[in-house]
Design a protein around this ligand. Structure first.
Ligand SMILES: C[S@@+](CC[C@H](N)C(=O)[O-])C[C@H]1O[C@@H](n2cnc3c(N)ncnc32)[C@H](O)[C@@H]1O
Length: 281
C-alpha cells in the first residue's frame, strides 16, 4: 500500500504513551470508555460508520459494537496496515486516504462518522475539508463523534517532542502538520466555543459533550489506587457496560460526572474533549 508521503510523526505512539502513563493507564482508558459508552446509548445503531483517521484501528471494536459495517480510513499507510492486520473482519473495510477527500463514499449514506484525535494534528484547511466531507457522507440526523484536545485559553499550537513541548505560532504549526518529521508531533488545542461554532457553520448541532482526561490530582487517591488494579489497557469502550457495575468504577464515573457538572473547572482541569454532534437538515 503506498501513500502520498505523509506519515504520523509519533511513530509507535511513543509520546502519547508517555502522557498516558502520567495520567494513569487505567483511568485514561476508563474515562474515554465511559464517554464513548454514553454516546453509544444515544446513537443506538448505525448501518454504516466511517472511522475517519483510524490510526491503528483502536476504536474499531467499539464502532463495530453498534454498526453493521465500518469503513476505516487513514492517511498513513503504515498505521493503516497495522489496523488491517489487527481488525481483519468481514464487516470492516479499509482505505488509505485523507479525511478531506472521501469521494469514494456516496453522499448521505453513513449513520455515524467517528473522528478521534485527528483534528488536533492536521492543517486547518484539512479540518475544513474533513468537515465538508463528514457533512456530505452523513445522513440527515446522522452522528459525528469528535474527540480532540482543547484549551481554556483559545486556540493554541505546540510542537511536542520526547524532551518536552514548545508553543509555536499557527503558521509554524501548519508548516509542521504539512511536513511531518519523526518525533515532532504538531498539536493544536482548540477553543471549545470556536470548534462548536465551526461545526454549526457546517450544519451540525451539539448533542452532548464531555471534558475528559482530567489532570492528575483531581480524583480521590484511594480509589485511583484500586482502579489501577483493574485490567488497564484492556478497558475498552465496547465492553465498558460490563465494568460499570463494579462499585469502584461506578464511584469513579460518578466523580467524573460531578467534575463535568462544573464546566469552568472541568475545562481548566482537562486536556481532551469529546463531542457528539448531529447532522442537521
Ligand atoms: C492520534 S492518531 C488517532 C488514531 C485513532 N483515531 C485513535 O483515536 O486511536 C491520528 C491519526 O490521524 C491520521 N491522519 C493524519 N492526517 C490525516 C488525514 N488528513 N486524513 C486521514 N487520517 C489522517 C494519522 O495518520 C494518525 O493515524
Amino acid at each position: 500500500m503506498s501513500g502520498d508521503g505523509y506519515f504520523y510523526p509519533d511513530v509507535g505512539d511513543k509520546m502519547t504513551g508517555e502522557t498516558v502513563e502520567r495520567f494513569g493507564r487505567t483511568r485514561w482508558a476508563l474515562e474515554e470508555a465511559y464517554v464513548l459508552n454514553e454516546f453509544r446509548k444515544i446513537i443506538g445503531s448505525s448501518d454504516l460508520t466511517v472511522d475517519a483517521g483510524t490510526g491503528m484501528g483502536r476504536l474499531i471494536p467499539y464502532l463495530r459494537s453498534f454498526s453493521r459495517k465500518v469503513i476505516a480510513i487513514d492517511r498513513d499507510p503504515m498505521r493503516l496496515s497495522v489496523a488491517m492486520k489487527n481488525f481483519d473482519f468481514e464487516d470492516v473495510f479499509f482505505a488509505q486516504g485523507r479525511i478531506g477527500d472521501l469521494s469514494f463514499i456516496p453522499p448521505r449514506i453513513a449513520g455515524v462518522v467517528n473522528c478521534s484525535h485527528v483534528f488536533q494534528h492536521i492543517p486547518h484547511y484539512e479540518v475544513l475539508h474533513g468537515l465538508a466531507e463528514f457533512q456530505r457522507v452523513l445522513k440527515v440526523g446522522g452522528f459525528l463523534i469528535l474527540l480532540t484536545t482543547h484549551s481554556p485559553e483559545g486556540d493554541k499550537y505546540y510542537l511536542v517532542e520526547q524532551e518536552g513541548s514548545v508553543e509555536v505560532s499557527k503558521e509554524e504549526f501548519e508548516k509542521a502538520a504539512e511536513n511531518p518529521v519523526e518525533g515532532v508531533l504538531p498539536v493544536r488545542k482548540f477553543s471549545v466555543e470556536g470548534i462548536v461554532k465551526l461545526l454549526k457553520d457546517f450544519g451540525f448541532e451539539l448533542v452532548k459533550k464531555y471534558y475528559y482526561h482530567i489532570m492528575p490530582g483531581q480524583y480521590p487517591g484511594e480509589f485511583l489506587e484500586v482502579l489501577e488494579k483493574l485490567p488497564g489497557n484492556s478497558v475498552t469502550p465496547h465492553e465498558f457496560h460490563k465494568l460499570v457495575e463494579e462499585p469502584i468504577v461506578k464511584e469513579f464515573t460518578e466523580h467524573f460526572e460531578r467534575i463535568n457538572g462544573d464546566e469552568e473547572s472541568a475545562r481548566k482541569n482537562s486536556i481532551d474533549i469529546a463531542f457528539l454532534f448531529r447532522r442537521r437538515e
